[in-house]
Design a protein around this ligand. Structure first.
Ligand code: COA
Length: 275
C-alpha cells in the first residue's frame, strides 16, 4: 500500500515488510499524524504470517530529521500541557511497540537521522546505515536537551565520552563514524545499502521465528539485570518459548545429531523440514 500523500507507507515483498517515513519534503520529520500512522502500520503488520522481518527506512534524502519542530513542538505546545503530552505519548507509543516487536526489525538508515530519530533507531533490533548518512543529537543546537529518549539511546549504545561529546557539541557524524561509535551495526555505501539489508533479512528469515523473538527480547532485558537474574530470566524465557514452539529445538538437535545435515556453529537448521 503506497500513496505519496501518506506520511508513512509500507509494502511487503518476499516476507520483508518495508516501512517508510514518507515526508521527504520535510526530511521525514515526525509529526503527530506520522506518529499515529506509524503505530497503525506496526499494528497492521505485527502478526501477519507473510511478514518475517520489518525494515524501517526513509523516502528521499532523509531517514528522519527527528521530531517536527513546527507540528510536534510548536503547534502542540500551543495547546498547553495536554497537547504536549498527547503528542509525546503518540510518538513514544510506536517506538515502544517497535522495541518489543514480534518480528525482528532493521533500521536501514539512508540519510539524515537527528534527535528524536534516535527513538525508532534504537527501537530497531539492528541498524545498517549508508556511509553518507548523517547522525546528530541536534537538540543542543536549537536550545534543548536531547529528550524523547535520545540521551538514553546515546548512553546505552555509545561510550560515555562519545555520548557526552555527541550531546554537547551537536555535531553530526557520518555513517562510518556512527558504526565506529556503535550507534549502528555497520555502514556501507548508499548504493549498496538495500542489497546489504536484504542479505541480512535473508539470514533472519532462515531462523526459527519463536527463537528470534525470545532472543531479541532477552538481549534487551538482560542488559539491565544482574547475572543471576539474567540466568533465571533466560531459563523462564526459553520455557515460555517452548510453549509456542516445542518442536523447533528438538528438530534443530535432530538435524545435527541424527541427520548430520548441518552444524549449528556454522549454519542454521532447516526450519521447513520436520523430522
Ligand atoms: N522539523 C520541522 N521541519 C523540518 C525538520 C524538522 N525536524 N527538518 C526539516 N524540516 C523542513 C524544513 O523546515 C524545510 O521545510 P520548508 O521546505 O517548508 O522550508 C524542509 O523540511 C527541508 O528542510 P531543509 O532544512 O531545507 O533541508 P536540508 O536538506 O537543507 O537540511 C537537515 C536537512 C535535516 C540538515 C535540516 O532540515 C535540519 O537541520 N533539520 C532539523 C534537524 C533537527 O534538529 N532535528 C531534531 C529535532 S528533535
Amino acid at each position: 500500500m503506497t500513496d505519496s500523500s501518506d506520511v508513512a507507507t509500507f509494502h511487503v515483498e518476499n516476507r520483508i515488510a518495508w516501512v517508510k517515513f514518507n515526508r521527504p519534503a520535510k526530511r521525514n520529520a515526525m509529526s503527530p499524524p506520522l506518529n499515529r500512522r506509524m503505530f497503525a502500520i506496526l499494528d497492521e503488520l505485527e502478526f501477519r504470517e507473510d511478514v518475517g522481518v520489518l525494515v524501517l527506512t526513509g523516502e528521499g534524502a532523509a531517514w528522519s530529521a527527528g521530531m517536527d519542530l513546527k507540528e510536534y513542538f510548536r503547534e502542540t505546545e500551543a495547546q498547553g500541557l495536554k497537547g504536549t503530552r498527547k503528542a509525546q505519548s503518540e510518538a513514544y507509543a510506536w517506538w515502544r511497540r517497535l522495541r518489543w516487536y514480534q518480528k525482528p526489525t532493521i533500521a536501514m538508515v539512508n540519510g539524515w537521522c537527528f534527535g528524536g530519530g534516535y527513538g525508532p533507531l534504537f527501537a530497531c533490533d539492528l541498524a545498517i546505515a549508508a556511509e553518507e548518512a548523517q547522525f546528530g543529537l541536534s537538540e543542543i543546537n536549537w536550545g534543548i536537551l536531547p529528550g524523547g529518549g535520545a540521551t538514553k539511546v546515546a548512553i546505552d549504545l555509545m561510550s560515555y565520552r562519545d555520548a557526552m561529546y555527541h550531546a554537547l557539541t551537536g555535531q553530526a557524524i557520518d555513517g562510518k563514524k556512527a558504526a565506529e561509535w556503535k550507534l549502528v551495526n555497520e555502514a556501507v555505501p548508499l548504493a549498496a545499502l538495500k542489497d546489504r539489508v536484504i542479505a541480512l533479512c535473508k539470514v533472519l528469515l532462515e531462523k526459527n521465528p519463536v527463537a528470534l523473538k525470545a532472543a531479541k527480547d532477552a538481549v534487551r532485558r538482560v542488559k539491565e539485570m544482574t547475572y543471576d537474574n539474567a540466568e533465571d530470566y533466560l531459563i523462564r524465557a526459553q520455557e515460555a518459548a517452548n510453549f509456542f514452539d516445542n518442536t523447533g529445538r528438538k528438530e534443530g538437535i535432530r538435524q545435527f545429531i541424527d541427520e548430520k545435515s548441518y552444524k549449528p556453529g556454522l549454519s542454521t537448521y532447516d526450519i521447513t523440514k520436520k523430522g
